[in-house]
Design a protein around this ligand. Structure first.
Ligand code: SAM
Length: 308
């Protein structure tokens, strides 16, 4: 494969509007003043694929996402440096969007750094509620802290901690109804990655990653007040995706079910077990995004949160 990875040149520049600081109309007006032409809301992925020059669209699937031609660079743009926009791939916006915690709720972001999904959760919560965010990597947590401050996120607690060591019985977490779990993975879906051994992980590495992912998913499901959980990876490997979800659901018996999330999303889970098509997949070829996997799990019974 060539440097830049297959598909890198065709993935648009996605811009998530940070609704903690601004709104869709104001950001659209800003870019119009910068000389971009706004073409309205896209009706198809093909429209996104056809974007070129100084034109942009509102995404067809996600409400607060603008789409610019590939390779558009906004890292020096005032809206980015001031935290009004977040440069985040469309697929990576799916987990918080599908978790959709109600304002005021308690949420865990289990493997959180560098925090794009945490800031998205805070925007959905309208900064009302509590986010407990964990990561083991001190450097990534420092970056995350700066990013969350810049994005105007409040009501969060960051901890440098192994999520597997977080006690689900601790009264501090007794109201946690939502968990976003985006654990370390092979990263095989990242289209910009220069090909390395990681892009084609060995069977042993995949097995080790899948073992960790199963453990951490099972641990997350043991929080007593949990209603809804989103599991995501930027891996294309079934071993880290459908196989993890299938194994943990089986181990947990009938306590949780897989939600048929986002029915309008065109790319579904591989048929690894009955119902696996309820999961979502994403790829440069099919959805014009990085390769990604998302599963939404919900507790069965009277207290279950509304399905998407
Ligand atoms: N959710 C993040 C975002 O959207 O910005 C990206 C998370 S990245 C895919 C996975 C993260 O999990 C890494 O930052 C890694 O340090 C962290 N991690 C790995 N093992 C962990 C563990 N046992 N507990 C908590 N975090 C862990």
């Amino acid at each position: 494969a060539q440097a830049g990875g297959p598909g890198a040149s065709q993935v648009p520049r996605y811009v998530r509007i940070n609704t903690l600081k601004t709104c869709v109309d104001d950001v659209i007006d800003f870019f119009k003043r910068e000389g971009y032409s706004y073409l309205g809301k896209a009706a198809s992925v093909e429209e996104l694929r056809a974007l070129s020059g100084k034109k942009f669209l509102l995404d067809l699937h996600l409400p607060e996402l603008l789409v610019f031609p590939p390779q558009t660079d906004f890292h020096d743009n005032l809206l980015y440096t001031s935290g009004h926009i977040i440069l985040q791939d469309k697929a990576s916006c799916l987990p918080a969007f599908l978790l959709s915690p109600a304002a005021g709720s308690h949420v865990i972001d289990a493997c959180a750094a560098p925090g794009n999904k945490t800031s998205h959760l805070a925007a959905i919560l309208k900064n009302k509620g509590q986010i407990f965010a964990f990561d083991m990597d001190a450097k990534r947590l420092a970056t995350m802290n700066t990013m969350l401050m810049r994005a105007g996120v409040t009501g969060f607690q960051l901890a440098q901690q192994d999520f597997l060591m977080v006690d689900p019985g601790d009264p501090k977490y007794s109201k946690v109804a939502y968990i976003l779990l985006d654990p370390s993975c092979s990263g095989s879906g990242m289209v910009n990655r220069v090909p390395t051994a990681e892009a084609a992980p060995s069977a042993e590495r995949l097995q080790a990653l899948a073992g960790f992912q199963r453990k951490v998913l099972s641990h997350a499901l043991s929080f007593p007040a949990l209603q809804r959980l989103v599991y995501s990876t930027c891996s294309l490997h079934r071993e880290e995706n459908e196989d993890v979800v299938g194994a943990v659901l089986q181990e947990r018996g009938s306590a949780f079910r897989l939600v048929h999330a986002f029915p309008c999303w065109p790319c579904r889970g591989l048929a690894a077990f009955p119902g696996a098509e309820s999961c979502l997949r994403a790829s440069a070829a099919d959805t014009l995004t990085h390769g990604f996997f998302v599963a939404v799990l919900e507790r069965r019974g009277d207290g279950a949160a509304a399905s998407s």
